[in-house]
Design a binder for this molecule. Structure first.
Ligand code: ZN
Length: 281
């Protein structure tokens, strides 16, 4: 599943390739990808629309058009490809957007879980999935004070709390393990028991880990021709995720894998000890 950095790489790729283009026709081969409005209206409304900007909120891509905003979520395996209209159409292509200059944006999705929604301009921020999201993981919108207060209120284990995107958006299963490792916090430590210095370390680690991954995606994107920042195709060096048995870069202890809230979880048993469950006051 693509995480925030991969979706950001897709956004960058789209921005480089389709900004300013005008849609002349839309083809939908798998109607369920279109959440709303109904497919015929979706197609008709898009004709003549120009791509003004490509934004992102959490893992939602937002295409800013002349009169509409198109929200697109890739879910498990959705991806965009940029083509000439005459190029052969690959299997699993479900939606195609023709541009007036003969180029074409294609949406491919093996599992068909991805969704697109067309909304009147200005309404993407009120889309239900977007409305629920916490701040983006950058210092301009993500604040230590609010983060700290949110953690303090919760007795939930820190990993699932971060995964639910409300305190901060952008941490999926990979980067949450990396951020907790960097901050030396056990994934099952109850959020309300984190010490002030741990909260500060975690806050910084979230910004750093996601910032580095976004940067890595941004530098790799140029090496692709058609696929736009395809999930997992760029290399970010990971300290714990997928490193079971590999020595911890800090202390040399083997990284272990366990399950926390049904998710495969990697951590260093020496650097990330579970402390007594006493709530922070
Ligand atoms: Zn260690």
């Amino acid at each position: 599943m693509p995480e925030l950095p991969e979706v950001e790489a897709v956004r960058t790729g789209l921005e480089q390739l389709i900004l300013g283009k005008e849609i002349s026709q839309v083809h939908v081969f798998w109607p369920r990808i279109i959440e709303s409005p109904e497919v015929e209206l979706f197609k008709v409304n898009l004709i003549g629309e120009k791509v003004g900007a490509i934004n992102r909120r959490g893992k939602f891509l937002i295409f800013e058009l002349s009169h509409y905003e198109m929200v697109s979520h890739l879910r498990m395996e959705g991806k965009y490809e940029f083509h000439q209209q005459e190029d052969e159409v690959a299997k699993h292509t479900h939606v195609m957007f023709d541009f007036t200059d003969g180029t074409q944006l294609r949406y491919l999705d093996v599992r068909k879980f991805g969704r697109m929604t067309l909304l009147p301009k200005g309404l993407a921020s009120e889309y239900s999935g977007i409305l629920k999201l916490g701040p983006e993981p950058v210092p301009e919108t993500f604040f230590l004070k609010a983060f700290s207060a949110g953690l303090k209120r919760s007795s939930k284990a820190i990993k699932p709390l971060l995964l639910d995107q409300k305190l901060v958006t952008g941490l999926g299963n990979i980067y949450v393990d990396e951020a907790l490792y960097e901050a030396r916090i056990h994934p099952e430590q109850p959020a309300g028991t984190l010490l002030r210095k741990e909260v500060e370390a975690l806050y910084q680690a979230i910004i750093d880990v996601l910032g580095r991954a976004v940067e890595a995606g941004g530098t790799t994107i140029r090496t692709y021709k058609n696929a736009l920042g395809e999930a997992g195709k760029f290399q970010v060096s990971l300290n714990v995720y997928g490193q079971t048995g590999v020595p911890c870069p800090r202390c040399g202890t083997g990284i272990i894998k366990t399950k926390v809230a049904q998710r495969g979880t990697h951590y260093c048993p020496t650097c990330q000890k579970l402390r007594q469950r006493k709530m922070r006051d």
